[in-house]
Design a protein around this ligand. Structure first.
Ligand SMILES: Nc1ncnc2c1ncn2[C@@H]1O[C@H](COP(=O)(O)OP(=O)(O)OP(=O)(O)O)[C@@H](O)[C@H]1O
Ligand SMILES: [Mg+2]
Length: 235
């Protein structure tokens, strides 16, 4: 029987050296969903995504992707299985062109060629700017580039860490629409970290709220109001 979940995290703990940050995170991402992690600064949202990606060791607990245990796999192996990652702050390479940045996305996946038409259909601006240096793009364009890079390997699950940080609201709307298209047209499940309710509300299927390295509340989108979201987001 295939699982209804893309990702399952059970009692996951992680630390930077002696400093424990995650204290037993239980979280599931349903296939075909946008699952959103909210919570204040410093509660461990990025740390959790890094642990899912394998950039940080799972000290205790278990993470599975489509039923396969990830705990001991290196990040590039997890990418090959189909997990894409858009890190906080985007981390595009400023001195490489847009096209070269996109091509970097192939390196850790099993795909051999960039799905150029699909990418430019989602992000027309990247076609126009494909010879420009990444560093010369605006924040919103860099975010689009980081998403484009992460989907070149055709992931089944995309991890996105605060994609609207430092981006003007009109561009945030475009990014929200892109995420919905990735879910609906490309069959990509999404684990989103986001602090802005305005952005999360129209696109989220399921919420998890973090505080001090733990999940303090979770809810289906249909069972929670905007007021409750704001309340749990600031615990
Ligand atoms: N490389 C690191 N070494 C040591 N401690 C770290 C490191 N990165 C983060 N931390 C600490 O881990 C805790 C959780 O940080 P994390 O970046 O996961 O929070 P976050 O919820 O993503 O916050 P933000 O919303 O500001 O991005 C914080 O106390 C932070 O200071
Ligand atoms: Mg963070």
């Amino acid at each position: 029987m295939t699982s209804e979940y893309m990702l399952q995290s059970q009692a996951v703990e992680a630390a930077y050296g002696q400093s424990k940050i995650l204290w037993g995170v239980d979280l599931n991402v349903k296939k075909g969903s946008v699952t959103t992690i909210m919570g204040r600064n410093g509660v461990g949202k990025t740390t959790f995504l890094k642990t899912v990606m394998g950039l940080l060791k799972t000290a205790n607990g278990e993470i599975t992707y489509q039923g396969q245990v990830l705990n001991k796999l290196l990040p590039h192996k997890r990418a090959r299985l189909g997990i894409g990652y858009v890190p906080q702050g985007r981390e595009i390479i400023p001195k490489l062109t847009v096209y070269e940045n996109i091509r970097l996305g192939l390196e850790s996946t099993k795909e051999k060629t960039i799905p150029e038409e699909e990418i430019y259909d989602l992000f027309p601006i990247l076609k126009e700017f494909r010879k420009r240096l990444g560093g010369n793009l605006s924040g919103g364009q860099q975010q689009q580039l980081a998403i484009a890079r992460a989907i070149t390997g055709r992931p089944g699950l995309l991890l996105l860490d605060e994609p609207t940080e430092g981006i003007q609201p009109s561009i945030s709307q475009e990014i929200a629409q892109i995420l919905v298209r990735l879910k609906e047209e490309k069959n990509i499940s999404i684990l989103l970290v986001e602090q802005k309710t305005d952005f999360a509300l129209p696109i989220t299927d399921h919420y998890y709220f973090f505080s001090r390295g733990k999940v303090v509340h979770e809810s289906k989108a249909t069972d929670i109001t905007a007021e409750e979201i704001n309340k749990f987001n600031s615990i």
